[in-house]
Design a protein around this ligand. Sequence first.
Ligand SMILES: N[C@@H](CCC(=O)N[C@@H](CS)C(=O)NCC(=O)O)C(=O)O
Length: 236
Amino acid sequence: MIDVYFTPTPNGHKVSIMLEETGLAHRLLKMDMLAGDHLTPEYRRINPNGRLPAIVDHDPIGGGAPLPVFESGAILLYLAEKSGKLLPHDPRRRSQAQQWLMWQMASFGPMQGQAHHFIRYAPEGQPYPVERYRNETVRLLHVLDGRLSEAEYLAEEYSVADIACWPWARATRAIGLALDDYPALAAWFTRIAERPAVIAGTDVKNAPNLSSARPVLTKEQWSNLFGQNMLEAPTR
Ligand SMILES: N[C@@H](CCC(=O)N[C@@H](CS)C(=O)NCC(=O)O)C(=O)O
């Protein structure tokens, strides 16, 4: 059994989709970030970075004590290894899957994450960071569209790379970017959205409210996400 410390965000959905695709036994433990569930010392022992998602595999590869895994990209690779699925066996495709997974983890997620922060959460009236991170997200959407105009999937076959990128492509709606402007990307997006495992992994009950352009947070919630409560959370 794999415990998933889960929140219905793009990084959380990578893991819930992967688990549905692979059929590995798991249970989702829902964490409320606004309430600061991720700031406790117990959770830091699972994820020293104090972010979501993380997993604990109670029957880990190689045996032994339960294994905690943090960082959504590392979780996808671990689950691919455990299930023998969704990391191509062909060396060329395997490398492509790793390249696009790293691209998502280093660029498409973090840059778009900053765009969400400045467009949706930061005090309004800050044109420079809004423009900077929106432009960078648009550039990355062009990169993705370019790759998908030459291959049906990022590593030619459906893989962890698509599972990592798809929820972040979906999240662009919330910052006012339309995938219709990127034909190959839009077709890939629809192809993946129709997969039963993707529908199950992003179950509507778990879906974030992407129409809420600017969520209204209490002072306590803001502090849990971005302020003093976050800074004061124990690191050990
Ligand atoms: N690189 C990390 C990013 C994790 C991350 O930032 N997760 C967000 C939710 S999607 C989070 O935990 N936010 C809580 C916070 O910022 O305090 C991963 O891919 O796992």
